[in-house]
Design a protein around this ligand. Structure first.
Ligand SMILES: [Zn+2]
Ligand SMILES: [Zn+2]
Length: 216
């Protein structure tokens, strides 16, 4: 199959996350509206959603993911073949993700809440540099980019959407063939570019301050 530049939102929550309202049908609808080739479903400590979505929308590339809580912040596991234990240290989490055949991405590492900060190390496969929900957005994007460059790691982007209209506000351009294994391989090989804008202030207010604190 021919390699092309695919547009993938690598960080989407669905209504399986208590702080998200997005239904699987809305993921399909907004992925189409935003011109995405695919999404990674990354609920908090749950792998729910990806399989169901893939069955419902065969035209969409669906990557199975989970946003794992660790003692040092959030880690996104992509394409792991089994559930990942929550609340371990970042290094233990990375090891478990690798043993499960997945890749480990440091989620919003420089945000003020649930950022990984000093816990980010070269053991990760990639750094989420653009997170549309990150606050403060421009500063955390710049700091995350600097971190990725310093560690020599690939850079990804995702919306961290919790409401449907946020889907695709950030995404990753990946040079790969349109299948999950090729995309995951391409991320590891640094064939990525993170793109995106912050979610709108109105969307931030709609989440409410409590939701915002819970979400990061
Ligand atoms: Zn998230
Ligand atoms: Zn998070």
């Amino acid at each position: 199959m021919i390699e092309s530049q695919l547009k993938i939102d690598l960080h989407v929550h669905t209504d399986d996350s208590s702080d998200s309202t997005i239904s699987l049908n809305e993921v399909v609808a907004y992925a189409r509206i935003r011109g995405l080739d695919g999404v990674a479903i990354t609920n908090h400590d749950s792998t729910y959603g990806a399989l169901e979505l893939a069955e419902r929308a065969p035209e969409l590339i669906v990557i199975s993911g989970v946003e794992v809580s660790t003692s040092g912040g959030h880690v996104i596991a992509l394409n792991a073949t089994r559930p990942i234990t929550a609340n371990l240290s970042p290094s233990e989490t990375i090891q478990e993700i690798h043993e499960a055949g997945g890749i480990a991405v440091a989620a919003h590492p420089t945000t003020v809440y649930k950022g990984m900060g000093r816990h980010v190390n070269g053991g990760f496969d990639a750094i989420e540099v653009v997170n549309a929900s990150a606050f403060p957005f421009f500063l955390s994007t710049r700091l995350s980019q600097r971190l990725a460059v310093r560690l020599g790691l690939p850079q990804t982007g995702g919306s961290d959407a919790h409401h449907a209209s946020e889907i695709g506000s950030a995404y990753t351009l990946v040079d790969a063939t349109p299948d999950v294994d090729s995309i995951v391989r391409a991320i590891k090989q640094n064939k990525t570019a993170p793109i995106g804008q912050p979610i709108k202030w109105r969307q931030r207010f709609e989440r409410g301050w409590l939701g915002l604190k819970r979400r990061f």
